[in-house]
Write a protein that binds this ligand. Structure first.
Ligand code: ATP
Ligand code: MG
Length: 552
């Protein structure tokens, strides 16, 4: 898989603008609307915007695009800031709010009215739709289009003062009702909305539209490169129209790139909110969610997410990225950096009948097979151990390289053992396996030359600790959830969460810290849960398996 930074056409544009002196310093912004948590698509946008500023010695602002107060909240504002910081980025100065510019935006609206470029329109929403025309037919002028400037100024002031009801009037730009680009057919600048705002309280009863707000906010902040996704390409002429018709001191430009779509994943805040609201997941930060906070809780690292965003490149294409690439990025990071430890998920008792009762042998084991600097851990070896139920069979063919009755296996980092008998209950269920150790085999092959074929992991039954392990899988079992006729709510993978209440972990894992990543040997990568992990009741979340087994 591609492992070096991929193409990024925006870097080329910025480099040229700097080289040719069109801009002195690149200024970008990440402009989330605080109406949900950030997801992997936003992480891509963050990586693009902050990445350009980092690469070219510029600045990147964090600006809340809070022009739709109904769906926004302080909870989202805080979560978004936390996520951006966690990803490792620092915005320039204080966090910014579109709402802080409401007065300036209003003054500019008045300016457009004075210049004869905007008017108050009384058409109902339905009438306005009829006047708007279609993609193939031009629209027609509103009967209110030629109101005198003073009347418009008075009506706009009345809208602001709360003299009219919602929907009764809007402020529109006077551009061209026959423009082939529908966005230029006298677009709305202000709507009446009698709702209080999380930042400005009841100061305003009119709110600007995205189109009227965004470019001007960029200009206020002296943003040079305003980067958005492709669906805004048709809005660019309008973005430019406002910039050209207003007395601005700075001239931002909009650039579009193909936003991230990921297989088996939903990147729509509305749909993610539905999963939360309907209790399909435990919250926005459920480890199965493609939100930044969900991935964080799942054990993804900022480095892996940033790496993934670089790997997929930044282009004007609109493809779907295979989620296996994201999984590759986290696996690669954790393989390199996560300490190893042992955890038995489906415990079967193993009794070493020749090993003295009460004896504890402290095995010193490296934390990582190839990185000495990560140190060592002590793993206690005792007479009674747990191994995974799947690692024992009474009889098996040669392909099975684990423990078989009468055969040998190596206990990882410990002794070679040989299985002697099974203990069963009346229903023929295996309760325990009895075995004996082969002397002097810690770190050595058996002296009799009969080498074991496999290695299995284990935990001391007397020194180990019980843990809860949440094993996650993909949330959707469809490659393109919700696409076509599919209802994404009906495409949920019923096996996406499996909780193991009684796993056994080696003692060192009871001294982890929340959010610490591990490789549980032979099982996969796991993380100590950010909220629920503690030494008395360790809780781990499965991040990802050791290899991609999904398509097999
Ligand atoms: P909404 O449907 O609520 O508008 P949104 O995902 O566009 O959702 P914003 O808060 O407006 O939400 O997004 C903030 C920034 O993130 C925008 O600049 C947007 O273009 C970018 N962004 C959103 N989704 C993606 C995506 N899938 N890939 C890349 N960038 C994205
Ligand atoms: Mg948006």
């Amino acid at each position: 898989m591609e492992n070096t930074p991929a193409a990024n056409f925006l870097q080329t544009i910025v480099a040229q603008d700097l080289a040719q002196g069109r801009v002195a310093q690149v200024v970008t912004r990440f402009p989330p609307e605080p109406n949900g948590y950030l997801h992997i698509g936003h992480a891509k946008s963050i990586s693009v915007n902050f990445g350009l500023a980092e690469t070219f010695g510029g600045r990147c602002n964090l600006r809340f695009d809070d022009t739709n107060p109904e769906k926004e909240s302080q909870e989202f504002i805080e979560a978004i800031q936390q996520d951006v910081r966690w990803l490792g980025y620092t915005w320039d100065g204080e966090v910014r709010f579109a709402s802080a510019y409401f007065q300036q935006l209003y003054n500019w609206a008045v300016y457009l009215v004075e210049q004869g470029h905007a008017y108050v329109c009384d058409l109902t929403a339905e009438q306005a739709r009829e006047y708007r025309g279609t993609l193939t037919e031009p629209g027609s002028n509103s009967p209110f289009r030629d109101r005198p400037v003073q009347e418009n100024l008075d009506l706009l002031a009345g809208m602001k003062a709360g003299d009219f009801d919602e929907g009764e009037k809007v402020l529109r730009a006077k551009i061209d009702m026959a423009a082939p680009n529908m966005n230029l057919r006298d677009p709305i600048l202000y709507r009446i909305r009698k709702v209080s705002h999380h930042q400005t309280g009841n100061d305003w009863v009119i709110y600007p539209t995205y189109d009227f707000a965004h470019g001007q906010e960029d200009a206020i902040e002296a943003v040079t490169h305003s980067i958005c996704t492709l669906e805004f390409e048709d809005h660019r002429p309008l973005y430019d129209w406002f910039i050209e018709h207003l007395p601005l001191t700075s001239r931002p430009h909009q650039y579009e790139f193909g936003g991230l779509n990921l297989s088996y994943t939903i990147t729509s805040k509305r749909k993610l909110k539905q999963l939360v609201d309907e209790g399909v997941v435990s919250g926005w930060d459920d480890p199965r969610m493609p939100t930044v906070s969900g991935m964080r809780r799942r054990g993804y690292t900022p480095a892996a997410i940033r790496k993934f965003c670089d790997m997929i490149g930044t282009t004007r294409g609109e493809g779907v990225v295979d989620v296996a690439m994201l999984e590759f990025a986290i696996r690669e990071d954790l393989n390199e950096n996560a300490p190893r430890a042992m955890c038995v998920l489906d415990p079967l008792k193993l009794v070493l009948t020749d090993y003295p009762q009460g004896q504890v042998e402290e095995l010193t084991v490296p934390a990582h097979p190839s990185r000495e600097e990560l140190g060592q851990r002590i793993v206690p070896f005792t007479r009674e151990l747990y191994i995974d139920r799947d690692d024992f069979r009474e009889a098996a063919n040669k392909k099975y390289k684990r423990l078989v009755l009468g055969k040998r296996v190596r206990l990882r980092n410990g002794y070679v053992i040989e299985a002697d008998e099974v203990v069963k209950d009346d229903q023929d269920n295996i309760l325990a396996v009895h075995a004996h150790t082969i002397p002097n085999t810690v770190g050595n092959d058996p002296e009799d030359g009969i080498k074991p074929k496999g290695v299995i992991h284990w935990v001391s039954a007397t020194e180990g600790v019980q843990a809860t392990v949440r094993v996650y899988d993909r949330l959707f079992n469809q490659e393109s959830p919700g696409v076509g006729d599919g209802d994404f709510m009906k495409q949920i993978n019923p096996e996406s969460l499996h909780v193991v209440e009684q796993a056994w972990i080696e003692p060192s894992l009871a001294r982890a810290v929340p959010e610490q990543n591990f490789q549980f040997e032979r099982e996969g990568y796991f993380v100590a849960d950010r909220y629920d992990y503690n030494a008395e009741k360790p809780v781990f979340n499965k991040t990802i398996g050791l290899r991609d087994t999904w398509n097999n």
